[in-house]
Design a binder for this molecule. Structure first.
Ligand SMILES: Nc1nc2c(c(=O)[nH]1)N[C@H]1C(S)=C(S)[C@@H](COP(=O)(O)OP(=O)(O)OC[C@H]3O[C@@H](n4cnc5c(=O)[nH]c(N)nc54)[C@H](O)[C@@H]3O)O[C@H]1N2
Ligand SMILES: Nc1nc2c(c(=O)[nH]1)N[C@H]1C(S)=C(S)[C@@H](COP(=O)(O)OP(=O)(O)OC[C@H]3O[C@@H](n4cnc5c(=O)[nH]c(N)nc54)[C@H](O)[C@@H]3O)O[C@H]1N2
Ligand SMILES: [Mo]
Length: 775
């Protein structure tokens, strides 16, 4: 079917539905130049009422992010001490509505729909079915799930785990899991004898973690909300906060009112970054809002390393012209390592390369450098636009170089701000969800629970898929998430999952990972954030850590979606109890009955958690220590903040090809599709669209409205194809295209990953656009 290069061996295509029935209604209008405001509130309430009804909507939304309420499952943006009654945003409300929905997926549903049939449904359809109510088991050779008791489910999983070696099991985690569940889970996994703990972070901010750990010694952001309000200049690179972190817009608005300039760096002119209407203020709902960005650099995909190298070179030259006025010499001498080598290399940066890679003019880059020189305090914020490329780790290291030059780390109003995705993805890593745990962590864990944890590193997400593909994995378990749909190379990943003996999913909602399974499959339905968690020891709460290292409590208030649900903690403990038997050294049942006991263990194993139980009961929780932020101590290999040398290689695509980024629409949460619109980009009732620059369309002989297949080639000779996308002529950077994931994950080759972090290169996929054949 592929009429592509002669080297084509196989054509990988996403099996699941090529067409959403609703896609026929697809409408393309004009993109918006502002975000939030009245329509956002209306839209959030509409989706909430569809899912929950009016009364439940009011009850639930008032509890989001309140000090005695639950943490919004939407994103990891912090709340800050002064909260309004509506400390949520449109997309937070949609995330809550998805979970608090009154729709149910019952045993009768599974009797009616075979697994085979479910695999043919869209992600949207699957998610719309509602909350899972009962533990379910699909036996080998059967095509239907049947109800199973919790005890029998744990026995099935434990038997299968015992039948293989510890390394023949893979334990995935998604970032909504609470600290308590995550801590217990990694304990189970390490007591079982493996470090195979891939997580969604591997596909997300792993590049930030890698780069920041090497250069600053801590793989987390170094700023607090207060710092944003004190900054003179905030660069927002590779991030779409209007959709993915809407509450960040309020913070940016406040920073701006306090005098900060904002520069956004993005191939797409994202609505929220241009103009923002604050829904929490009458002026925002009715007025024309705040113009947020002072400067918009419409950079080419993958151009950020070049941009920061260019700026850094200009800063060095400014220092040469007026010595002692640009660099923070005292900071560099006292606190950093490797400056001379870095400076020598950056001076050699070729402007030709910088302009080609960024697609910007030298004047634009000089204007930003001039702003930097006028700014005492600078913060750089970023998200997936910087982390999902081959050169992501060097790119983020270059951002660090940029900040270190002027001492912009470890003082008020300055620092690094990787904006995390899932609401507790940072906390899960803090709790030890990591395939490459530090020796000190394992030592402390082993001492606390009197056992010898495995030392060999485990599989990350991409390595786990390879191992499954190669028949090295018997059991896959997912604590949340949707592994099959979120990961790259859909055809390869689906085959890999089907090759497992048993797949186990701990989930709130139905998704593709329940439909594409191992020979046998278990669905273990769990409580969500919004729900009451009653255990033997009484009502429990859990804790989470936000993007700025604040740890706080989260208490659900709603009655559980079904009486058969268990908490994540109780599911992990139940499995462990069955796996390790009665007299185990860890008292799993007691821990599951009273989460304070888990927190006591955490307080002894993980630095920064002393007095955990007391501190987390303070109204605002507490902030974890962070050497670079608190005292300019840098726990790196050199004991100082490291400047690094980062080679600039311009990513050139073959003639006739474009560089494709895979992004989120406004109506989705990763693989959960809330609706089929992408309001800010002018798309209604459809998702199979590809955004292309009009000049590229003219050069390629294609036109707006035409249907094309997206075809990616890779050095493995495999041609990957996603069929039938409508072209939308759009103001993206030249040479760059954009389309939504998960539909486009079929195009991302498993082996195309970032150096060091091994993150799939979801934002730089080389594709050709081939007119869809209709025969
Ligand atoms: N409503 C909602 N909220 C979410 C999520 C969701 O799906 N829905 N997901 C959550 C998760 S897990 C995460 S990780 C975050 C994701 O938050 P984002 O990173 O904002 O999400 P993406 O849609 O991947 O958007 C990437 C942005 O980077 C830009 N970009 C892409 N490539 C480049 C590049 O090479 N250079 C530059 N400078 N820019 C580039 C894109 O144009 C886009 O604006 O959001 C979290 N919050
Ligand atoms: N092409 C491409 N691929 C990407 C990305 C991209 O930008 N482009 N982004 C990547 C990123 S940044 C991320 S973080 C990953 C996301 O990967 P995942 O985290 O694996 O995926 P999600 O879609 O967030 O998972 C949704 C499912 O989680 C379950 N769930 C929801 N809440 C809870 C809960 O409280 N407990 C439990 N146990 N389960 C729950 C529900 O069943 C729901 O169906 O995707 C990555 N994939
Ligand atoms: Mo993410």
């Amino acid at each position: 079917m592929a009429k592509s290069s002669p080297s084509t061996r196989v054509c990988a295509m996403s099996k699941p539905p090529v067409h959403d029935p609703d896609d026929r209604e697809l409408q393309v209008g004009k993109p918006k130049t502002w975000a939030v405001g009245a329509p956002a509130v209306a839209h959030a309430l509409q989706i909430s009422q569809q899912q929950m009804g009016a009364r439940r909507t009011a009850l639930t939304l008032l509890r989001v992010n309140q000090k005695d309420g639950f943490d919004c499952p939407g994103c990891a943006w912090p709340e800050g001490p002064e909260r309004s009654h509506f400390e949520f945003c449109e997309n937070g409300a949609k995330a809550v509505a998805e979970e608090a929905t009154v729709r149910r997926v019952t045993p009768e549903f599974f009797a009616e729909h075979s697994v085979h049939e479910l695999a043919g449904k869209t992600d949207y359809w699957l998610g719309q079915q509602g909350r899972l109510t009962d533990p379910m088991y699909k036996a080998p050779g059967e095509d239907h799930y049947r109800p199973v008791s919790w005890d029998a489910a744990f026995r099935i999983a434990a038997d299968e785990l015992r039948a293989g070696t510890p390394d023949e099991a893979v334990f995935y985690t998604s970032g909504r899991t609470s600290n308590e569940a995550a801590f217990l889970y990694q304990l189970l996994v390490r007591r079982h004898g493996t470090n195979n703990l891939p997580d969604c972070s591997n596909m997300c901010h792993e590049s930030s973690g890698s780069a920041l750990t090497e250069t600053l010694g801590v793989g987390k952001g170094s700023v607090s909300l207060e710092d944003l309000y004190k900054a003179d200049l905030i660069l927002v690179a590779g991030q779409n906060p209007g959709t993915n972190h809407p509450r960040m817009l309020s913070a940016l608005e406040r920073a701006k009112k306090a005098g900060a300039a904002i520069v956004s760096v993005n191939p797409l002119p994202e609505a929220g970054l241009i103009r923002f209407k604050n829904p929490q203020k009458a002026s925002g709902v009715l007025g024309s809002g705040t113009a947020l960005s002072d400067e918009f650099l419409q950079i080419r995909l993958n151009g950020d390393l070049a941009l920061f190298r260019g700026i850094n070179r200009l800063l060095l030259e400014a220092e040469d012209a007026a010595p002692g006025t640009v660099l923070d010499r005292e900071f560099i001498e006292r606190h950093t390592h490797g400056f001379e080598e870095f400076a020598a290399d950056v001076r050699k940066t070729s402007w030709e390369d910088v302009l080609e890679a960024t697609g910007l003019t030298r004047g634009q880059i000089e204007a930003v450098a001039a702003r930097v020189l006028r700014s005492e305090r600078v913060i750089v914020c970023w998200a997936m636009g910087l982390t999902q490329h081959k050169n992501s780790v060097p790119t983020i290291r270059e951002v660090v170089n940029f900040l270190l030059m002027r001492g912009n780390v470890g003082r008020p109003g300055a620092g690094v701000c990787p904006v995390r995705g899932h609401s507790n993805v940072q906390g899960d890593r803090t709790m030890g969800i990591y395939e490459k745990p530090a020796a000190a962590f394992l030592d402390a864990l082993g001492a606390e629970f009197s056992f010898e944890p495995p030392r060999e590193h485990g599989y990350d997400t991409v390595e786990a898929i390879r191992a499954m593909r190669d028949g090295k994995v018997r059991v896959f378990m997912g604590l949340g998430g949707n592994f099959v749909a979120a990961t790259p190379d859909t055809a390869v990943t689906e085959a890999a999952m089907r090759g497992c003996r048993l797949t186990v999913q701990v989930s709130t909602k139905l998704n593709r990972s329940h439909a594409v399974t191992g020979e046998a499959a278990l669905i273990l339905p769990c409580l969500g954030r919004t729900e009451k968690d009653e255990q033997d020891g009484g009502a429990q709460f859990v804790t989470v850590e936000d993007s700025m290292s604040m740890v706080h409590a989260s208490r659900g208030r709603l009655a559980p979606a079904s009486k058969h649900l268990r908490s994540e903690v109780s599911i992990v403990a139940g499995l462990a109890q069955e796996l390790f038997g009665a007299g185990d050294a860890v008292e799993w049942t007691s821990l599951a009955g009273d989460y304070d006991l888990i927190r006591d263990h955490v307080s002894r194993v993980i630095p920064g958690f002393a007095d955990f139980n007391a501190k987390v009961r303070q109204p605002d929780g507490f902030q974890l220590p962070h050497g670079p932020r608190d005292s300019r101590t840098f726990p790196t290999a050199t004991g100082k903040a490291n400047f690094t040398v980062n080679e600039l290689e311009v990513l050139r695509v073959p003639a006739g090809s474009l560089l494709l980024q895979t992004v989120r629409s406004h109506d989705q949460y990763n693989t959960t599709i809330y609706g089929l619109d992408d309001r800010y980009r002018g798309i209604k009732q459809g998702r199979r669209v590809v955004f292309v620059n009009p000049e590229d369309l003219a050069e390629l002989g294609l036109s707006d409205g035409q249907s094309v297949d997206l075809v990616s080639s890779w050095s493995d000779g495999l041609t990957r194809r996603a069929a039938a996308f409508r072209i939308v002529s759009y103001a993206t950077a030249k040479g760059c295209a954009a389309a939504y994931f998960p539909e486009t994950n079929v195009l991302v080759p498993l082996d195309s990953t970032a150096d060091t972090s091994n993150t799939p290169t979801s934002k730089s996929v080389v594709v050709r656009l081939e007119p869809t054949r209709t025969e």
